[in-house]
Design a protein around this ligand. Sequence first.
Ligand code: ATP
Ligand code: MG
Length: 148
Amino acid sequence: MAIERTLSMVKPDVVGKNMIGKIYQRFEAAGLQIVAARMMRLSRPEAERFYAVHRHKPFYRSLVEFMTCGPIMAQVLEGEDAIRKNREVMGATNPDDAEPGTIRADFATNVEQNAVHGSDAPETAVQEIAFFFSNEQICERRAADSRA
Ligand code: ATP
Ligand code: MG
């Protein structure tokens, strides 16, 4: 399996509950490394653009409302099979369907306020990473980790 990068967001519900660190622990326990991170409050146009694929869905307005209600943490996760592994650690979109021990089973409030976002494919990972980070803002850790 190849080393991949994926875009993750800790959504405003978890940031509001001051539980960012508990989510980061899950990533690290799964062998995913954070190679870039930033906190920001998405503007309405930014949230609309990020979730444009859902613009015709009935929940789109409400989703944009939620994603702009407070700051998010965006991070790039790197590791073996990172895109699929992150989705596994996140659990199903609806916490009622999420496997026990997944982030969404443990932290999501409902299908909308579901704690985290993760890219779903290599193409979306590239696009979503570029949405938040320039190449210079992503830190190479494998080479620099010789003392870790
Ligand atoms: P994400 O893209 O945030 O990682 P996902 O890929 O599991 O989540 P999507 O189908 O892409 O799920 O939906 C994007 C987001 O829209 C969900 O994470 C959730 O916040 C919201 N959402 C999805 N389905 C519903 C729904 N039926 N009602 C309300 N909100 C929803
Ligand atoms: Mg999605």
